[in-house]
Design a protein around this ligand. Sequence first.
Ligand code: F6P
Length: 491
Amino acid sequence: RSILHSELRGEDIIVVSNREPYIHQRIDGRIEVQRPASGLVTALEPIMRACSGTWIAHGSGTADREVVDRFDRVAVPPETPAYQIRRVWLSKEEEKGYYYGFSNEGLWPLCHIAHVRPTFRTSDWTQYVAVNRKFAKAVVSESRTKNPIVLVQDYHFALLPKMIREVLPDATIITFWHIPWPNPESFAICPWRDEVLEGMLGSSILGFHTQFHCNNFVDTVDRFIEARVDRESFTVSYGGKLTAVRRYPISIEWPPAPEMVQKPVPDCRSNIRQLHKLPAEHKLGVGVDRLDYTKGITERFHAIERLLELNPEWVGRFTFVQIAAPTRSGIEEYQHHESQVRDMAMRINSRFDSNLPPPIVLKVEHHEPREVYEYFRAADLCFVSSLHDGMNLVAKEFVAARDDDRGVLILSQFTGAARELPEALIVNPYDADQCAAALHLALTMPADEQRDRMRLMRGLVAEFNVFRWAGRMLLDAAAMRRRSRLLDKNG
Ligand code: F6P
């Protein structure tokens, strides 16, 4: 945190992301502020609190005139303002093409390779280009200098780095791709493959969570673009500009904010059990995800069903609470996924004795971070079964919540987090029997083994926290800026 302060003092910092860190919306006539379910927001918000600046994001309250007028620009967090949100408002048509269309029906399934076929429409692409241009204008109008540090977030803005560079050639543009990058063959099906790559190569630094995704990106560029790729320094030279491709595994705030872990673990345990009318000693599992088909929620339910088939002693003694935040519900695939998840939970619950506590409690609704932490602290295990995930911060949040050194993390091998947390029970979410065995192992794991595993994982998250993630990127950027100032001075 102190490196951030010292390196960034006086710098002109701009973050750009689609998702806004705070949502102002009218509920029952009053304007309320909500924190969205987003790994990106979880990670970046503490950074912005530490170093201030401006966060440009898509304003989600367009339908509400008062929200648009009053909250176009607002200082946040509401309790202790530390930085500015500058909202970019999009028309329904822009949102449909840029966000639902090209970003989430095109790039999202393309990069995750989770058996949902990407859809590419020319009309979506047109909006994607137009919205990227709109954000580029916002960046230019928000920058106080000719060489701001701009942090571009995610696949919604692949074209933004090049567009910013055209107007602000001396800007330091750090782009972070929060989702996986697939192999060149898979990426090549995108009809605007070259435009996407060229757009991203406007960045000074391009970050991914894992080395594997960096390799895939560099291989893709090497295969399809007339660029010079240097595999020693992991840089790409294109159009006279150099882009460094780097691995920066994202993380979370450490230590967690005091209000997250204020309530003692025993109180969380009993509160949550009481809330769900479960006996005091009842075993509890928890899953926390956006209701997204990449998160492997149906695979997780299948594993729970297998556990109960193979180990019937857990029927009525184990309940899994799945918190599923609604997301992208304007997309048909997501509507279909939601009904699949609901049907499956109902079917599994009806299979087992209805006089006993149910195997699955499905809560399809938004939960504030503090409520989520209460579930983490109350649970015996947390199950993350993503079919593909850039990092997955839920895994790290569960670990951060467990200052009692208890609880078992079951973690999909297809998450970036699995590379950093090998002490979790690592599973293939497609293998229901293996996952069921991991659930049984977690439910019977002795306390000292839980403690040993949890301590190692907590050590990792404490050391490689989100300040280090941002700090490493910003230190690399600062070194780059110093080098180029020196070159300018010496002609
Ligand atoms: O990191 C993946 C990501 O798409 C973020 O960009 C986003 O904030 C989060 O998941 C949630 O998705 P959405 O903003 O579409 O609700």
